[in-house]
Design a protein around this ligand. Sequence first.
Ligand SMILES: Cc1cc2nc3c(=O)[nH]c(=O)nc-3n(C[C@H](O)[C@H](O)[C@H](O)COP(=O)(O)OP(=O)(O)OC[C@H]3O[C@@H](n4cnc5c(N)ncnc54)[C@H](O)[C@@H]3O)c2cc1C
Length: 382
Amino acid sequence: MRTNADIVIIGGGITGCSIAYNLAKKGVTNIVVLEKRYICSGSTGCCGAGVRMQWGTEMNCRMSKFSTEFYEHANDILEYDGDVEFKQKGYLLIADTEREIAQFKKNVEVQHACGIPSRMLTLAEAKEIVPHLNTDILLGAAFCEKDGFLNPFKTTDAFHRAARRMGVEFNTFTTVTGITVENGRVRAVVTDKGTINTPVVVNCAGGFSHDIAQMAGIDIPVYRERHQILVTEPVEPMQDPMVMAFGLNLYVQQSPHGSFIMGRGDANEPRDGRCTSSWRFLEEMAKTVDNVLPAIGKLRVVRQWAGLYNMTPDRQPVYDKSEQVEGFYMAIGFSGHGFMFGPVTGVVMADMITGSEPRIDASGLRLSRFAEGKLFVEPSVV
Ligand SMILES: Cc1cc2nc3c(=O)[nH]c(=O)nc-3n(C[C@H](O)[C@H](O)[C@H](O)COP(=O)(O)OP(=O)(O)OC[C@H]3O[C@@H](n4cnc5c(N)ncnc54)[C@H](O)[C@@H]3O)c2cc1C
């Protein structure tokens, strides 16, 4: 392990790997990534890996459009000898209240202004796309055929390998235990394998980002929340798009080999970092999917698991540098959309860290918004 680095990135998930790749691409040469387990072992490896451009704010639409267009060409751009498996089969957003329909209509206008090919659907049109949808309980839907999902392991691996080829050093099974700050500046990162002197550290530790900030004496308003997900036995292809509902609380996709992967949120989930599975989730998930997509409710579940959402008060990420400690950067608090923001996160942070002109406007995601009471209100977030 190097003992001196220009930049140390903490976390080997999609965020850390994308930032490492983008910094190296900009010509930064002495970068070290530290990961306490293996690459993609955190939330990224637990996620649904869905990518949607159907947001309700211009900033989120533009950022997810950037990421989607990147993912369309990720194999070539990252010169990956595998396949990130981007399946653009759409996201079908379903609504069961008039309020949601009205919101979807407003969102579609914002999306069109950003060049996103989404549209409102009648229930008959929605049923044509997903024949097993229980439209009796719905009022309408929105659809974007360019949304989709990827393989999170291969995608993270592609960023990781591209960064490594450009000279980034990755140290797995290396736990950060401390950050040395002197005279208000980052001086070193301490790990269980030794110390690395560095003037810059980037906090990409997902569900552990609060702990990492505290090591530098910084308090940030993030917390972690368990989110569970399950997979069924594989069946013949029967559902192209991801089906997602904010009000009815579910997302369901059929993976390329036939299994259904699904999840839902629950405000009562623990916030102590636990990633165990619960019977309650299994029961609630089964009831929900049986109501919305009855044919899937009949399938056998083969496995369930859990990961951490890293949450902020407005469920939007923080891309910033600390005003308190010079050299301390953070890309954290991604709630349920850090995977789809992976490509754009790397670009935003690489520009910020190298002091370049921002290619993407992410100014609404400063840390100070919480203290200033200027939360970023996104109407269509999970
Ligand atoms: C069930 C579930 C479903 C989801 N579905 C989607 C989805 O469909 N689409 C989407 O966009 N997002 C989804 N998300 C959210 C997404 O997974 C996250 O926002 C994203 O993966 C965050 O990536 P990250 O690299 O910031 O964090 P992580 O992937 O968690 O990476 C952080 C890394 O930091 C490491 N680390 C922590 N502490 C230390 C330390 N002290 N020393 C060294 N290393 C350390 C961890 O081991 C971890 O590997 C989902 C999340 C969950 C849990």
